[in-house]
Design a binder for this molecule. Structure first.
Ligand code: THU
Length: 132
């Protein structure tokens, strides 16, 4: 199994654990770090709707909790007619921990369908000059 196959499988498994009773739209995410480790997350909704978190946000939080800070690849998976891309806020969150080659993989429930450099999805993210 290739690393991207494993990344997909992990995101798929995380999606199964999503808590999305309000939208009924489950999303799974998995990040592959520069150290070669994988961290996953799923969306977590709340009865107070704005308190919900995206799958990408959960996966990034898991990565940070483990002491890692560099994303090489991120994969998101959902069951949708149209492939889903990370929301604008999540693109900015990914950017924070990206390198110049970070790839965003989009998948349905059968596997990766498209892959984009993060810079293509977010060519003008907020001011990196502020980054430490
Ligand atoms: N959602 C994600 O988890 N990631 C995305 O990239 C887009 C949207 C979640 C948020 C909410 O729980 C549900 O999908 C419907 O918008």
């Amino acid at each position: 199994m290739s690393t991207l196959d494993i990344l997909f499988k992990k995101a798929f498994e995380a999606r199964n654990n999503a808590y999305a009773p309000y939208s009924e739209f489950k999303v799974g995410a998995a990040v592959l770090t520069a150290k070669g480790n994988i961290y996953t997350g799923a969306n977590v909704e709340n009865v107070s709707y704005p308190c919900g978190t995206c799958a990408e946000q959960s996966a990034i939080a898991a990565m940070i909790g483990a002491g890692e800070y560099e994303i090489c690849d991120i994969l998101i998976t959902a069951s949708s007619q149209n492939l889903i891309t990370p929301c604008g806020a999540c693109l900015q969150r990914i950017l924070e921990f990206s390198n110049k080659n970070t790839i965003v993989h989009l998948s349905d429930l059968s596997g990766i369908k498209k892959s984009y450099p993060l810079t293509e999805l977010l060519p003008h993210g907020f001011n990196q000059d502020l980054k430490k």
